[in-house]
Design a protein around this ligand. Structure first.
Ligand code: SIN
Length: 328
């Protein structure tokens, strides 16, 4: 009898070991809308590779680029439903969850990427990462893309040149107000539709970073790009609170470490692409890049900056002041 009990224990122990080794890895689906040869595309792939290296067998990251799985209009809902675990929409796509993040869309807020980085890493910037926790969204970190430029089917040197033109924008009321401020017509459309809208001339222009204009070939269907650096296009890398809090502590810590390193890697790529992709566009001869004189740029600043006052209530004066201070 004693022999039989010992045998049963041994068999049970073996079964437990088999179950433990055969346990399914945790799958992290990371869905995004840009091409793989972009800062976000490279960052997502780096994250997948680091997790495979360090947590292979326990956690698997699957990356879905170019809106293959979800567009930015659906990805956050999908994440909250558990169909996706990580997303990194641009900061312009969170309005439904927090009004504060609208800050980042204010035209001419940051004078350069160093100022944006300084603000994002400040106490006020880091606090924003947790601003959607009550809605079930956890911010894991900011990722850079770069400053936006305005492309169009005609040369834009001063705000009056944009009069009456139709521009695709991301789903942001600040961006709407920004184009209305120069008497243009803003249209909120998904990123996946921009190329076709430009190609078919359903719209006249759009605003984006050098890397997005290059990787999605917008420069092949837009004759002019004004190097305006008028706004920021960065990302918030997010996960769902339910998924994040449900991870074992040791795994969560390792995943976060891999994410931080991937973001640092993506930021380095962003800085390189900002220079190299502009150069590649210029060298292609497909699109003319317009550099503004100081006086021309000042006209855009004067036309667009009044938009700030409209959104100060939503964003909060303290946050706005903290962002402005990052320029010093
Ligand atoms: C992105 O960079 O993720 C897309 C930006 C856009 O919608 O224009």
């Amino acid at each position: 009898m004693r022999k039989l009990t010992a045998g049963l224990f041994a068999a049970a122990a073996m079964m437990t070991a088999t179950v433990a080794t055969a346990a399914e890895p945790i799958v992290i689906k990371f869905s995004h809308v840009v091409a793989e040869n972009t800062p976000k595309g490279q960052m997502a792939n780096k994250f997948r590779d680091l997790v495979a290296e360090r947590l292979g067998g326990k956690v698997t990251v699957e990356v879905y680029p170019s809106s293959q799985l979800y567009g930015d209009n659906k990805v956050l809902e999908a994440m909250l439903l558990g169909d996706v675990q990580i997303a990194a929409p641009s900061l312009s796509k969170f309005k439904k969850y927090t009004k504060k993040v609208q800050l980042f869309d204010l035209p001419f807020l940051f004078k350069n990427m160093e100022a944006a980085e300084k603000f994002q890493q400040s106490e006020a910037g880091q606090k924003l990462l947790g601003s959607m926790k009550r809605k079930g969204i956890v911010g894991l970190g900011y990722l850079h893309n770069g400053m936006k430029q305005i492309s169009a089917s005609k040369p834009l040197r001063v705000p009056a040149d944009a009069n009456g033109l139709k521009f695709r924008i991301m789903p942001s009321d600040v961006l709407s107000a920004q184009f209305e401020a120069v008497n243009a017509v803003p249209l909120k459309k998904p990123f996946s539709e921009v190329f076709t809208l430009l190609q078919t001339k359903a719209i006249d222009g759009q605003e984006n970073t050098w890397s997005n204009i290059y990787s999605k070939k917008f420069f092949e269907v837009q004759e002019y790009i004004t190097a305006s650096d008028h706004g920021l296009l960065d990302y918030l890398v997010v996960t769902s609170a339910e998924f994040w809090d449900g991870l074992p502590d040791d795994i969560r810590a390792e995943v976060k470490k891999a994410m931080d390193e991937s973001i640092a890697f993506g930021n380095k790529i962003a800085a390189e692409k900002d220079i190299n992709d502009r150069k590649a566009i210029e060298e292609s001869g497909r699109s003319t890049v317009i550099d503004l004189t100081d006086a021309e740029r000042q006209q855009w600043v004067e036309a667009m900056k009044p938009v700030w006052a409209k959104f100060e209530g939503d964003v909060g004066k303290d946050l706005l002041d903290a962002a402005i201070a990052a320029n010093n």
